[in-house]
Design a protein around this ligand. Structure first.
Ligand SMILES: CC(C)(COP(=O)(O)OP(=O)(O)OC[C@H]1O[C@@H](n2cnc3c(N)ncnc32)[C@H](O)[C@@H]1OP(=O)(O)O)[C@@H](O)C(=O)NCCC(=O)NCCS
Length: 169
């Protein structure tokens, strides 16, 4: 099934066009493990396999030629008009080759397809988001974000090096 996917380019070279796919239930353990690789450093919020399984329709992934998951991203829908890009993660061995940009674009396309007018994200990867058409915004514009995460992760909101970015769709 994945035989048509081109192999990863040699280290450091740009990936030309690895396809971004919607995730399926069989991808859940790998997605959860990939996301959680970066949770101890506060770069992603921890996501259990149960959480990923419940939201699998909102996850996009990029696979290696052998079918394993190299990168993932998800939409967290707050309301019909508010959606956040979350769980953006690329395996360290596959970073710096454009996968992050492909995943952000895929998340924006999915959010647009679902009718959202705007996409926002909280991240320290400022250059990446600015390059992808996002502008730095204020957390004050998103009281839903503050309310949603206040109970579980005050630290995410208080990490001063993280910024909020938004992009019109
Ligand atoms: C952020 C992440 C998904 C980027 O994936 P990637 O495949 O390397 O991204 P791309 O190759 O498309 O783009 C890389 C560019 O993004 C920018 N970038 C990536 N991480 C960055 C960071 N932490 N701070 C600032 N800019 C960053 C750089 O400009 C980088 O350019 P370079 O490759 O010349 O260094 C990956 O580094 C990752 O998984 N990080 C850990 C988890 C994380 O921080 N997720 C974001 C939560 S919203």
């Amino acid at each position: 099934m994945h035989a048509e996917a081109p192999p990863l380019a040699v280290h450091g070279a740009p990936v030309i066009a690895l396809p971004v796919e919607r995730a399926s239930l069989r991808d859940v353990p790998e997605i959860s493990a990939l996301n959680n690789l970066f949770a101890p450093d506060g770069l992603t919020l921890p996501r259990s396999e149960a959480f990923v399984a419940n939201h699998v329709d909102s996850y996009c992934i990029i696979r290696a030629a052998d079918g394993s998951v190299l990168g993932c991203v998800a939409l967290d829908e707050y309301s019909p008009s508010l959606v956040e890009l979350v769980s953006l993660a690329v395996l360290p061995k596959a970073q710096h080759r454009g996968l992050g940009k492909l995943l952000i674009e895929a998340a924006a396309a999915l959010a647009r397809k679902r009718g959202f007018p705007e996409l926002f994200s909280v991240s320290l990867a400022d250059q990446l988001f600015l390059h992808m058409g996002f502008v730095q915004s204020s957390l004050d514009r998103y009281p839903e974000k503050i309310a949603r995460y206040a109970a579980i992760s005050r630290s995410e909101l208080s990490i001063s090096r993280k910024f909020l970015f938004s992009r019109r769709l």
